[in-house]
Design a protein around this ligand. Structure first.
Ligand SMILES: Cc1ncc(C[n+]2csc(CCOP(=O)(O)OP(=O)(O)O)c2C)c(N)n1
Length: 658
């Protein structure tokens, strides 16, 4: 291993040594504790420390690092008190997740470390978002994100690198190529010779670095960081290294040929570097012993602190309390001055006002810039707010949602337009796993609104017509908004953008240009969780939202003899259960109308809630009226048959007659 080629001061050489020794010694202790059954799982980074430590020391403390499961050296180099790491691994309060997540699955703004979610790939898009925030604020900061070579096979890797390249984001993509992804060797993972070769495909500079040579890692990364701060751009780094232990301890290394193990054992980053430092006289055995003694003491003391810490006692209200960030709703009242506008105009106005109010708000989506979005909602926005804040994206829903998360982590707000709500499936993972769970896991908000042009009745077939709110209403941590009128669309969008929690904002395409209303011209807010009683009656309660509201209005218009409460939910999460219960207590009958297919839709949950809470008030069975349990078809006759609207009238009359 060639250490001589790198010009590094003696002080830095010793600092690098000590910084590498610490994670190695903590890990050795962890392996003992694991055997004693005192910790549950361990993902070892032994043999890969030079990468974590070298990168972390090349970065400035205010620059974000996004590590993975083998990067203990990032955490120790950023000087996180190690008792907090021990508490984290033991699921105690002194850790970073109140016992809610394990190992390195956490972030800390204090130390500018944003840890992974298990799905690996989303990290890279999050790094894009963090870097974008720096770039928009003209801050000369680098963001470094780690991944293994296995995770480079995920679509997120491709999407994130592509975005970073197109947007020239100052991100260091650090791939630790350690030979195996769990048991899968590299020749079953990818076909090019080096992962660094992939940089060419993205138009991105890339380098191969010996990941076991701390001086090479530190010098090259340091040099690149200095350069990126002056000349922001993404760089792909492939660190050649090897995973010396099992994927996690229990899984072992039987599938690794012995000679490969021996070859890499001879390249151990700590042993070789120690030898080099001793040969050059920078390190003596006495010094080494005293460093080791110091670290042993630190480990023992900190471990003791963590062991002495009480176990967490489970408390339901604590858990429920942390699912969402507290949102201090501020009422902005609508003024009297109104203009008759379409649903689509109301959304556009709401967005525009928010862009004027928040100069840290960014809109991202496919074709949203000069083209104005496929529904023209952001028409003219580039002229008003510039291309930096109104951003066309490549076709990459997953990494864009992750980018939005990164923007939020780094102090920005964003609205992401899904071109059609159907395409959210390509960005589903970061929404339900990253955005939804971050506050509960480690107290981090996800200040992101995802706009969802949805709904059928427009002859657009199975992939441009779905109303897929139920994919999200069942995921704790998300808020789901679904307006039916222009005023609500405008006011609820304003609230969604103010709210620091992730909001899915459903906008029905069929309403865009067909529904008009007199809408207050000023920006105003409408609180979440407040249903709107559109009609008040005695005999039956109809609960619905979105296009269903208009179907119900139309049918009730035809049956003036039916005295019904018509409740427009407006938001599905939070759900105004009190308004539903109050109405059912009054009328004794409930019909829930939803455009979505029947099974597993929100109507089922509302039905269950009313059964549990209002059973004694019911004078008939609760009726759910929904679309067929088929995909949504294209042909008009088939689509009309599919939609709940075609059955609503008869079901209403049947329940009235019960
Ligand atoms: C989306 C997803 N698929 C599968 C897994 C299971 N899994 C966790 S780590 C891992 C191997 C990762 O390999 P690599 O990226 O090379 O990192 P390494 O563990 O070698 O450091 C796998 C298959 C996962 N966590 N997430």
């Amino acid at each position: 291993m060639d250490f001589k080629a790198f010009k590094v001061s003696n002080d830095v050489k010793l600092a690098l040594y000590r910084a590498m020794l610490k994670p190695r010694m903590i890990e050795e202790k962890m392996l003992i504790l694991l055997r004693q059954g005192k910790i549950s799982k361990w993902f070892s980074g032994i043999g890969q420390e030079a990468i974590s430590v070298g990168v972390a020391l090349a970065m400035q403390n205010e620059e974000y690092i996004l590590p993975m499961h083998r990067n203990l050296g990032v955490f120790t180099t950023r000087n996180i008190p190690i008792h907090r790491l021990f508490s984290q691994w033991q699921g105690k309060m002194g850790g970073f997740t109140k016992g809610r997540d394990r190992s390195f699955h956490f972030g800390t703004q204090e130390f500018k470390i944003i840890g992974m979610i298990s799905h690996l790939g989303p990290q890279m898009g999050v790094a894009d978002g963090i870097a974008l925030a720096h770039k928009l604020r003209k801050e000369p900061n680098v963001t470094a994100v780690f991944t293994g070579e296995g995770a480079t096979s995920e679509g997120d890797f491709h999407e994130a690198l592509n975005i970073a390249a197109v947007w020239e984001l100052p991100v260091l993509f650090c791939v630790e190529n350690n030979g195996y992804g769990l048991s899968t060797p590299t020749n079953e993972q990818y076909r090019c010779e080096h992962i660094a070769d992939k940089g060419i495909g993205y138009g991105m500079e890339s380098h191969i670095i010996d990941g076991n040579n701390i001086l090479e890692v530190f010098s090259k990364v340091n040099e690149l960081c200095i350069d990126i701060r002056k000349n922001p751009r993404p760089i792909l780094l492939e660190f050649k290294t090897f995973r010396m232990r099992g994927h996690e301890e229990a899984s072992g290394t039987k599938y690794v040929p012995e000679d490969l193990m021996e070859t890499w054992a001879a390249k151990d980053p700590l042993e070789n570097y120690t030898k080099y430092l001793m040969e050059t006289g920078l390190l003596t055995e006495t010094m080494e012993a005293s460093f080791r003694e110091e670290i042993t003491r630190e480990i023992d003391q900190n471990l003791q602190m963590a062991f002495l810490e009480e176990s967490i006692s489970a408390n339901i209200s604590n858990e429920l309390h942390d699912v969402y960030q507290k949102f201090d709703y501020k009422e902005v009242t609508p003024l009297i001055h109104k203009r008759n506008i379409r649903f689509v105009d109301a959304i556009s106005q709401g967005l525009k006002s928010a862009m004027e109010k928040h100069d840290n708000l960014v809109i991202m989506g496919q074709d949203v810039a000069e083209y104005g979005g496929v529904f023209k909602i952001t028409d003219g926005f580039v002229e008003a707010f510039g291309k930096e804040r109104v951003r066309n994206t490549p076709i990459c829903e997953s990494a864009i949602v992750s980018t939005a998360m990164g923007l939020s982590i780094n102090g920005m707000k964003s609205v992401v337009e899904m071109q059609f709500a159907d395409f959210v499936s390509s960005g589903f993972n970061p929404i339900v796993n990253y955005l939804a769970k971050s506050h509960y896991r480690w107290g981090e908000k996800a200040d992101v609104v995802i706009r969802m042009p949805c709904g059928g009745g427009v002859g657009a077939g199975p992939f441009h017509s779905q109303t897929n709110e139920a994919w999200f209403t069942k995921t704790p941590g998300l808020k789901v908004v679904y307006p039916a009128f222009p005023s609500d669309a405008k006011g609820l969008l304003a609230t969604a953008i103010e709210d620091p929690n992730p909001v899915l904002y459903f906008e029905h395409k069929g309403l865009y240009r067909s529904v008009y209303e007199d809408v207050p011209v000023n920006p105003f807010t409408i609180p979440f969780g407040k249903a709107n009683l559109l009609k008040s009656g005695r005999d039956i309660t109809i609960v619905t939202y979105g296009a269903g509201v208009h179907w119900a209005l139309e049918i009730l218009e035809r049956h003036l003899d039916i005295s019904a409460d018509l409740l427009d939910l407006r938001t599905l999460q939070p759900l105004d259960t009190e308004a539903i219960y109050a109405s059912v207590r009054k009328t004794g009958k409930l019909l829930i109308l939803q455009e979505d297919s029947l099974f597993g839709g929100i109507a089922s949950d509302i039905s269950a809630l009313v059964t549990e809470n209002c059973f004694h008030y019911l004078d008939g069975p609760i009726k759910r009226v929904a679309s067929l349990d088929t995909p949504i078809p294209f042909n008009n006759a088939l689509e009309q048959q599919y939609l709940a609207k075609s059955r609503f009238e008869q079901e209403l009359l049947d329940l009235m007659a019960f």
